[in-house]
Design a protein around this ligand. Structure first.
Ligand SMILES: [Zn+2]
Length: 170
């Protein structure tokens, strides 16, 4: 113990001290509601998901069709030009077998996470999603997949409006 703490020894506050009001206590409920703006491109993307559609943005200079959409082309240094619908089918660009859930809990059965290049979007443009109705040994790069949507009434305008992508029949 240093000379300073010996001089001002103090006393540790116990939970009981707080409960019994032996020390000043202030209680309040924080207002932790918040909102944020998803921006022009992402707002439209999410609204379209609710309708069961996937929308992208096209840059007319480089010709790229970008999904998720963005309002600016980072290659051409200019705003993108138009909205384009892409399909809810595509190929697995890359994937990972994860034994960890989103909350970092260990899983017995792994989840399959993939980057999916959607039909109609430019090569290399992909969305991050789950693969379902597939065994880890059966999935592969370049495999064709299709979105499995939630029923319309359950959609909220989120990427989870698509439950997962499943392998397409060959
Ligand atoms: Zn461009």
């Amino acid at each position: 113990m240093s000379a300073k703490t010996e001089k001002y020894a103090g006393e540790r506050i116990k939970t009981e001290d707080l409960r019994k009001g032996r020390v000043p206590v202030e209680r309040w409920k924080p207002k932790i509601r918040y909102a944020w703006n998803t921006g022009t491109a992402m707002s439209r993307f999410l609204k379209e998901l609710k309708q069961g559609r996937i929308i992208a943005r096209k840059c007319n200079i480089c010709g790229r069709i970008m999904v998720p959409p963005r309002m600016y082309c980072e290659l051409c240094f200019r705003p993108t030009d138009e909205w384009v619908y892409v399909k809810d089918t595509g190929i697995i660009n890359t994937y990972s077998i994860s034994y960890l859930a989103a909350d970092a809990k260990r899983l017995k059965e792994p989840i399959l996470i993939a980057i999916i290049e959607l039909d109609g979007a430019s090569k290399g443009m992909g969305i991050f999603h789950l693969i379902g109705e597939a065994k880890k040994k059966n999935i592969n790069f370049g495999m064709r997949v299709k979105a499995v949507w939630k029923p319309r009434r359950e959609r909220i305008g989120a990427i989870t409006d698509i439950r997962y992508f499943k392998p397409m029949e060959v």
